[in-house]
Design a binder for this molecule. Structure first.
Ligand SMILES: [Ca+2]
Ligand SMILES: [Ca+2]
Ligand SMILES: [Ca+2]
Length: 440
C-alpha cells in the first residue's frame, strides 16, 4: 500500500517538473496572457510585438498608419483581442446589449451529401459590421427555449437552448437550404503545444467504429487537402497559422499572403466599392509575430491540486468516462518554430478528435467533414480561470452553458453515458467534479 502511494507521489513530482516547463503560476486576470517560460529574450520581444498587433485596432484604408489599415470592408471586430479579450474567451450577447463581437455566425448552403457550400450572397460567415458607406450583412438575434431536467436526487435544473435568427439583411434573402452555426472565441492558451502533438498520436486515439466497445468513436478531422484539423470547435484548421490567417480575413477583413482575397461572396465582390490596405494588407513579418504570439501563450498551472475535494473530482473525472475524450496527458513532438517544445508532457484534457455529442448540441452547419452533431473535444486546461480572466462562466461552442454543470449536462451522443453518470451522482460527487474542473 505505502509502495503504491510512493509511486503515485513520484509521478506527481515528475509531472510538476514538466508542467513548470510549459505552465505559469498565475491565477489573476492576466493568467492567459503570459509567454511560455522557456522563451529566449529575443523570442520574448517577438511575443511582445505579436501581443501589440493582437490588441491593436485595424483602421479603414487609406490611412497614414499604413501598417495597420485595410479593415473590412465587411468585418466582425477591429482587433483579435476584442473577441479573445485578455487572450480569453468571448460570450454571447447578454440580454439585448449591442456587444456583437462575442459571438460569430457561420453561414452556408446545405448540399445533399458533403460539406456546406459558401452562401452565394453572404459567403461563409456573417459579418455584422462594415466600413462607412457599406451595408453590414445582418444583425443576429438570439432567442432561447427552456429545456428542464433534474438530477438523480430530484434537484431540478433548466438548460436554455439558443435559437438564432438573422435580421436587417443587407444583401438579400437567405434562400432555401441556408444553414447557420454560432461560435464563441475560445481561450488562446497552449495552442502551440496542441499543435505539437504528433499526428500519429492523434490517429492512435481514433476509433471510428468503436471497435473497443466503450461507446466512444472519435475520429480525426481530415481536411480537403489531407491535413488533420486541430483548431476551432470543429477542428477545421490544421495549424495556428492557418487559423490566424482565416481570422484576419474573415473576422477583421485583413488579407495576408495565406488568404490574399477579401472574404466576400461573389455578388458582393462585384457590387462593393472599397479601398484596399495593400496586397496583402498585413505584412509577412507582422503576421508571423501574431502567429508566434498565438502559439506561445502559456497554460496557467492547475490550482488546489492537493485539495481533497479536487483530488476526488479528478478521480471521478476518470470514473465518469470524461477522460475517454478529454484525454488528460499527451507528449509533444518536434516543431519547426521552437526547439524546446519537443517531448514535453502536457495536460490539455483533449484528444483533438471529433465526437458526436448528440442532437441537443447539433447545429445546422456541416463544416468540412464534421457533421452538425460532431465537435472537437475542447481542451479543458485553463477553463477554471475563465471567470477570473473574462468575468463570465459561459461554455460550449456557442456559449449556451451558463456554468460548468450546464456544460456537462448538455453532453449527449457518445458522451451520453458519461453525462448520465454525472447527472445521477450524489450532490457531493457532482460538487467534487466541478471543483476539479475549476482547478484546471
Ligand atoms: Ca481589407
Ligand atoms: Ca459574409
Ligand atoms: Ca471506442
Amino acid at each position: 500500500m505505502s509502495g503504491l502511494r510512493c509511486i503515485v507521489a513520484l509521478t506527481v513530482v515528475a509531472l510538476a517538473a514538466d508542467l513548470a516547463a510549459q505552465g505559469v503560476a498565475d491565477a489573476t486576470s492576466n493568467a492567459f496572457s503570459l509567454p511560455l517560460p522557456f522563451l529566449t529574450a529575443k523570442e520574448r520581444r517577438a511575443f511582445a510585438v505579436g501581443n501589440s498587433f493582437f490588441k491593436q485596432n485595424w483602421v479603414t484604408a487609406p490611412a497614414s498608419t499604413a501598417g495597420r489599415d485595410g479593415l473590412g470592408p465587411l468585418f466582425n471586430a477591429r482587433s483579435c483581442s476584442s473577441c479573445h479579450f485578455r487572450d480569453g474567451r468571448s460570450q454571447p450577447p447578454v440580454d439585448d446589449d449591442r456587444d456583437r463581437s462575442g459571438l460569430l455566425v457561420r453561414i452556408g448552403v446545405r448540399q445533399p451529401d458533403g460539406p456546406d457550400l459558401p452562401h452565394p450572397r453572404y459567403g461563409g460567415q456573417i459579418q455584422d459590421v462594415a466600413v462607412q458607406g457599406i451595408a453590414p450583412e445582418a444583425s443576429v438575434r438570439i432567442g432561447t427555449a427552456p429545456r428542464p431536467g433534474s438530477y438523480g436526487d430530484g434537484e431540478p435544473f433548466e438548460l436554455l437552448a439558443p435559437e438564432y435568427e438573422l435580421r436587417d439583411l443587407g444583401y438579400g434573402e437567405l434562400g432555401e437550404g441556408t444553414v447557420l452555426g454560432a461560435r464563441v472565441a475560445p481561450q488562446m492558451v497552449g495552442l502551440g503545444l496542441l499543435e505539437a502533438i504528433p499526428v500519429a498520436a492523434l490517429l492512435a486515439g481514433e476509433d471510428p467504429d468503436d471497435r473497443d466497445g466503450d461507446g466512444i468513436s472519435g475520429r480525426a478531422h481530415r481536411l480537403a487537402d489531407g491535413a488533420i484539423g486541430r483548431f476551432g470547435w470543429k477542428a477545421t484548421q490544421p495549424t495556428v497559422e492557418a487559423q490566424a490567417a482565416a481570422a484576419f480575413v474573415n473576422d477583421i477583413g485583413i488579407t495576408s499572403a495565406l488568404e490574399p482575397d477579401e472574404a466576400l461572396a461573389p455578388s458582393q465582390r462585384q457590387q462593393l466599392i472599397f479601398a484596399s490596405g495593400g496586397a496583402p494588407e498585413i505584412e509577412a513579418r507582422t503576421f508571423e509575430r501574431v502567429v508566434f504570439y498565438s502559439r506561445t501563450l502559456a497554460v496557467p498551472d492547475p490550482r488546489g491540486v492537493d485539495d481533497p475535494e479536487v483530488r476526488r473530482g479528478s478521480a471521478l473525472f476518470g470514473e465518469f468516462g470524461c477522460a475517454l475524450c478529454h484525454v488528460p496527458e499527451h507528449t509533444t513532438g518536434a516543431v519547426d518554430w521552437h526547439a524546446d517544445i519537443n517531448e514535453l508532457a502536457i495536460r490539455p484534457y483533449t484528444d483533438l478528435l471529433l465526437h458526436d455529442l448528440g442532437e441537443g448540441l447539433a447545429d445546422q452547419k456541416r463544416d468540412g467533414d464534421a457533421l452538425p452533431a460532431e465537435w472537437r473535444t475542447p481542451p479543458l486546461w485553463g477553463i477554471g480561470l475563465v471567470p477570473v480572466v473574462n468575468g463570465h462562466t459561459r461554455y460550449l461552442h456557442d456559449g449556451r452553458a451558463r456554468d460548468l454543470a450546464e456544460a456537462v449536462l448538455w453532453h449527449g451522443g457518445e458522451a451520453f453515458a458519461s453525462r448520465e453518470r454525472f447527472r445521477l451522482a450524489p450532490r457531493p460527487d457532482r460538487a467534487a467534479l466541478l471543483a476539479f474542473l475549476s482547478s484546471l
